[in-house]
Ligand binder design. Structure first.
Ligand SMILES: Cc1ncc(COP(=O)(O)O)c(C=O)c1O
Length: 445
């Protein structure tokens, strides 16, 4: 159990109704563009918890936006990093071949779908997406790309153009690179339709887009998240992914699956798309890859990857950080040794059931969506996104020591993203806090 005293410490620090989120703290040496859930300086992390200077403990179910999937400072990852740091910090990939990078690539290959054989390593998710798009263009000789409504792919120029989850990621920065076309995504709850109808509609609209705006002969790739992350934690229906694969096979368009947030066991499968039985042509990975060290990758078949003329893609740091590689290698070992993929599936079910129970008497609409330990709760009221309630629930949880993020176009989705090795006890503590938060916000507490 989260000791009540720990929770009381948190609430003692904060006057009732005031969360750290509301304090106007912007240390002047840090850019104010970083909005932040919790402004309390954090000094330590262990497992599912973060600790501030006063020793207050927070149950971190943000996982740093899905990064610390093995929990904070997993001992195996920490000791791999420490050991590697004393051997080799960096070996630039155009200059030398760090042995650990080769080793990790082989390990990763053993865990990716058969079509994903060879990898380019980079530092951030957006950088991996940029590389994947470049590969698709150079391999097909085609110029255009299709992305999907609600998708998030990053904040560099190209990835902003692909992103359609919220206008904040584009406004003020347009015009963005051309040749990007956004197709509808089957978000059944948003349409108010059955999933089947939403899938049929979206595949039909996609076929139409290929007739009206970008022909297959001009279209290098489609990029899609198997579970929308920033766009509201919405799993892509299997039939939709199967439909995309079919259209790509018929047209020679490459299918890029963006598994940056949904990969490495997060959804109770190693890769979220595996539940649909399809395979990608190119796959992007990051976040849970290295338990917190900056690292990302995109992978493809050897035949496809070899279409990059040598030197046409690269970067100073990608693949060269031996320490990040050591962290990634240890992360993969922890995922295997501790059965974290299976644990994510099991714990996801437990969390889902607990949330459904706690929301059963709630008088307004809540859609709870679930893929392993990637659970979204969308709050609506009178047919409109209820961002106010969502924000209040988030703040009430934080004031009781539970950190949760919000996502979705309307800012009305609570995003459950606990570490993959979370325990039943920790989930039950979180559910208890969440239950109290809901009672308070809905006036019953
Ligand atoms: C699915 C997906 N793709 C790409 C990105 C961009 O990653 P980064 O923020 O590391 O550039 C993110 C980040 O949230 C993401 O969730």
């Amino acid at each position: 159990m989260v000791a009540e005293c720990q929770l009381q410490i948190v609430s003692r620090c904060l006057p009732r109704g005031v969360s750290p989120m509301q304090e106007p703290v912007h240390p002047s040496a840090l850019a104010s563009v970083w909005s932040r859930l919790n402004n309390t300086p954090i000094v330590r992390g262990e497992g599912s918890y973060l600790f501030d200077e006063q020793g207050n403990r927070y149950l971190d179910f943000t996982c740093g936006i899905g990064v610390t999937s093995t929990g904070h400072c997993h001992p195996k990852v920490v000791s791999a990093v420490q050991e590697q740091a004393s051997e080799l910090l960096f070996g630039q990939m155009n200059c030398v071949l760090p042995k650990i990078t080769q080793h990790y690539a082989d390990m990763l290959q053993a865990h990716t779908p058969a079509t994903i054989e060879t990898f380019f390593f980079a530092n951030s998710g957006a950088e991996a997406v940029e590389g994947a798009i470049k590969l698709a263009k150079v391999a097909t000789g085609r110029t255009n790309v299709i992305s999907f409504d609600g998708g998030f792919h990053g904040r560099t120029s190209m990835t902003m153009a692909l992103t359609a989850s919220k206008s904040i990621y584009r406004s003020g920065f347009q015009p963005l690179p051309s040749g990007v076309f956004v197709a509808p995504f089957p978000n059944a709850f948003r349409y108010g339709w059955e999933t089947e109808r939403a899938v049929k509609f979206c595949l039909k609209e996609l076929a139409r887009l290929l007739k009206t705006q970008t022909t297959p002969g001009e279209t290098a790739a489609m990029i899609v998240e198997p579970v929308l992350g920033e766009g509201g934690f919405v799993p892509a229906p299997d039939a939709f992914l199967v439909g995309l694969r079919r259209i790509c096979d018929e047209t020679g368009i490459l299918l890029i699956l963006d598994e940056i947030q949904s990969g490495f066991g997060r959804t109770g499968r190693m890769w979220a798309h595996q539940r649909s039985g399809i395979v990608p042509d190119i796959m992007t990975m990051a976040k849970g890859i290295a338990s917190g060290l900056p690292m990302s990758a995109f992978g493809a078949s050897q035949a496809l990857m070899s279409k990059f003329p040598p030197g046409s893609h690269g970067g100073t740091y990608g693949g060269g950080s031996a320490v990040a590689m050591a962290a990634a290698l240890a992360t993969l070992e922890v995922i295997e040794e501790e059965n974290l993929v299976q644990n994510a599936a099991r714990m996801g079910e437990h969390l889902l059931q607990g949330l459904q129970l706690r929301m059963s008497g709630y008088p307004h609409t809540v859609d709870i969506r679930h893929a392993g330990l990637m659970i979204g709760m969308e709050f609506d009221r009178d047919g409109q996104p209820d961002s106010e309630t969502t924000r209040q629930v988030q703040a009430e949880c934080l004031s009781r020591g539970l950190m949760l993020l919000v996502c979705g176009t309307g800012g009305n989705v609570i995003r459950w993203n606990p570490p993959l090795n979370v325990s039943f006890e920790e989930l039950d503590d979180a559910l208890q806090i969440f239950g109290r938060a809901i009672e308070t916000v809905s006036g019953a507490g």
